[in-house]
Write a protein that binds this ligand. Structure first.
Ligand SMILES: *[C@@H]1O[C@H](CO)[C@@H](O)[C@H](O)[C@H]1NC(C)=O
Length: 281
């Protein structure tokens, strides 16, 4: 009996500890709902040093991120569009306690306070920190945009695992406009929209702090969406990509074109980003 109790405690402990940082997105059913028909893309699924994050804030999940702990930027974030309900902009920047120590809490936490709670522990080994971006000349560019969510999901997008060093002009201009065009499309034409937003890392471009390559400056940002009608039938898929430069230009693509584009940077087949390429079965 005692062994059984111990075993159960151990198992539940394991479950709690692994609720957020998971070996496979499939391990957390609530996390699978951010992928259309629960199909996780094969794209970059096997590159070394990736962490699968079920982004948890205010006691629930909000989206999923495939995070590259070597480049310290996400491969992509996956989410379901929600109309915004206003509210202010989150002022904190969150870090992922479980990327510091797997036994730490499953919820994202204000990096400032996590540091205060654990003096002497370096938080940035496997993730970017707020200080990395300070005076870097780059914006903390959201992948999953805060404007595509209602609070508290909106707050949750302010985790540093969901942002990349983005050219300020692109972030504040062409990419922002692109995001609001998608807002209108999703709000007016889709009953539900699944979205992936990712970054293609550069070979040698980094935010460097104290001679340490801290955060990779991606060459490109991309996104892909699958829009469903109220019978859950896919009605429209689309994509876009932008060079992360002063060019300030977002190229609209089809899902197939995005797949070909991403293939250039991948050793493995990119595969479908959405089940059946977001077409009706
Ligand atoms: C979300 O952000 C808004 C705006 O900063 C803030 O007022 C609110 O308290 C935050 N919600 C939570 C649950 O922290």
């Amino acid at each position: 009996m005692e062994t059984l109790v111990t075993l159960c405690t151990l198992l539940s402990l394991l479950f709690v500890v692994r609720a957020d940082l998971v070996a496979q997105f499939q391990d957390v059913p609530e996390c699978m709902k951010y992928f259309y028909k629960s199909q996780v893309p094969k794209y970059q699924a096997s590159i070394p040093g990736t962490a699968r994050l079920c982004q948890r804030f205010a006691n629930r999940y909000h989206f999923a991120t495939l995070y590259d702990t070597n480049h310290r930027i996400a491969v992509y974030s996956a989410y379901i569009f929600q109309p915004s309900n206003g509210g202010g902009r989150e002022r904190r920047w969150f870090v992922e306690p479980q990327l510091v120590k797997p036994s730490w809490q499953a919820e994202m936490k204000d990096g400032y306070w996590l540091g205060k709670d654990h003096p002497g522990v370096y938080l940035g080994e496997k993730q970017a920190l707020n200080e990395d971006y300070t005076h870097s000349g780059f914006d903390r560019g959201h992948l999953n945009p805060n404007g595509h969510h209602a609070v508290p999901g909106r707050n949750a997008t302010f985790t540093l695992t969901n942002v990349v060093p983005q050219n300020p002009k692109l972030n504040q201009n062409a990419w922002r406009i692109h995001e609001s065009q998608l807002t209108e499309l999703f709000r007016d034409k889709c009953s539900k929209a699944y979205v992936l937003v990712g970054a293609v890392p550069s070979a040698a471009n980094w935010i460097v702090k104290n001679n340490v390559k801290r955060v990779n400056i991606p060459d490109y940002l991309w996104n892909a969406f699958c829009c469903l009608d109220n019978n859950d039938k896919p009605v429209r898929g689309g994509a876009a990509a932008a060079r992360n430069t002063e060019d300030n230009w977002v190229e609209k693509l089809s899902l197939d074109e995005l797949g070909e584009f991403l293939q250039q940077f991948s050793n493995q087949p990119v595969g479908e980003l959405f089940h059946n390429n977001c077409m009706a079965d």
